[in-house]
Design a binder for this molecule. Structure first.
Ligand code: ACO
Length: 326
């Protein structure tokens, strides 16, 4: 049986770090309001020359180093983003060119904040089908470029960044409960398009011919997020044949500290098992899960053999979870 094993992680952030106090000089808000409602203290904002593709390239290069691979070893590149450099070509192909990978399958996945979970399931399926051996799976965004900087209800919530992982095919005979069974153990995805008016961008090539700005009904998104995320985590753990108390770490989409707390409480997961970076990065959409995962791998919290659950929800709505033994 082939399994997709996590062999490397990497991340990248724009150079410019912006505090809540700096935002309060631009819009009618305060550090106190933002911290109390969201847990966010800082976000990184892309400057001149920094784009979704350059951030993705830097995260991917770091992930390749941590996996001990050269760019030419990669035969599949899946990039999750809602803020591509161009309408086309796929940003994945720009990253491929920047990394000087001569030939691989490269495409973008659009599922907004859940994009990385969608990309993981796609890459995992392609690896387990035997079509590819070494995949770069990237989440990269420059949401600062689609924010309405006059709208205090949204512009304080998001940041830019990128995270990447390497998944490699390994032949495995081990049962999922065997500690030797490393890799992606289960993934679950959902979408419910009835809610696509709650979180969307009010432009696009086929409608307005403009890029548009992000619009959100925050309170309603919040309500759906907690219910959907708890349910999909339970579903993915069940599919992996694991109880909730087998989880060593949850690496959630970093939208809001209150969503993280409420979701963990719903599953009776201790908050010490939840990786939190939202205070430092804000919501980086598809980049948030791989960014947080990379931090927790590099600082030694996540150790080989640990059971890690990734989860995210975003516009659409789309949502998903993945269970990985690292
Ligand atoms: N600074 C100061 N005041 C503000 C700000 C701000 N930045 N933004 C809104 N307010 C005001 C509002 O105008 C409102 O004032 P009013 O009562 O005079 O009308 C008041 O604060 C309360 O506004 P609400 O929107 O009801 O505040 P709420 O407690 O719901 O918090 C928030 C808003 C933080 C957006 C919350 O709803 C939330 O986190 N929702 C989830 C949204 C999210 O994370 N989306 C990301 C993508 S989806 C995902 O990743 C899961």
């Amino acid at each position: 049986m082939i399994r997709a094993v996590l062999t490397g992680t990497g991340s990248a952030l724009p150079a410019r770090r912006v505090s809540n106090a700096e935002l309060a000089e631009r819009v009618d808000t305060s550090d106190e309001w933002i911290v109390e409602r969201t847990g966010i203290r800082f976000r990184h904002i892309a400057g001149e020359g920094e784009t979704t593709a350059t951030l993705a390239r830097d995260a991917a290069a770091a992930a390749l180093i941590s996996a001990g691979l050269a760019p030419g070893d990669i035969d599949l590149l899946v990039l999750a983003t809602a803020t591509p450099d161009n309408t086309f070509p796929a940003t994945a192909t720009k990253v491929q060119a920047m990394l000087a990978i001569d030939d691989c399958v490269a495409f973008d996945v659009a599922a907004v904040c859940s994009g990385f979970l969608y990309a993981v399931q796609v890459a995992d399926s392609m690896i387990r089908a035997g079509a590819h051996r070494r995949a770069l799976v990237i989440g990269a965004e420059t949401f600062s470029r689609i924010l309405d900087w006059e709208d205090r209800t949204t512009c304080v919530l998001f940041g830019d960044g990128a995270g990447a992982i390497v998944l490699e095919a390994r032949d495995s005979v081990a049962d999922v409960n065997d500690p030797g069974a490393r890799g992606v153990l289960a993934t679950r995805l959902h979408a419910d398009g009835r809610h696509n008016g709650l979180l969307f961008v009010d432009g696009g090539p086929s409608t307005t011919g403009t890029v548009g700005k992000l619009r959100m009904k925050g309170r309603e998104v919040f309500r759906h997020a907690v219910v959907n995320l708890a349910a999909v985590m339970e579903e993915a753990l069940h599919a992996a044949g694991l109880p909730t108390d087998a989880v060593d770490w949850v690496v959630p989409h970093q939208a809001n500290a209150r969503i993280l707390d409420a979701t963990a409480r719903k599953l009776s997961l201790p908050s010490e098992k939840v990786v939190v970076t939202v205070d430092q990065h804000a919501n980086t959409s598809a980049a948030s899960v791989p960014l947080a995962l990379d931090q927790a791998m590099r600082d030694g919290r996540i150790q080989p053999g640990h059971i890690v659950v990734l989860e995210a929800m975003g516009g659409g709505f789309t949502w998903g979870a993945a269970v990985i033994r690292v």
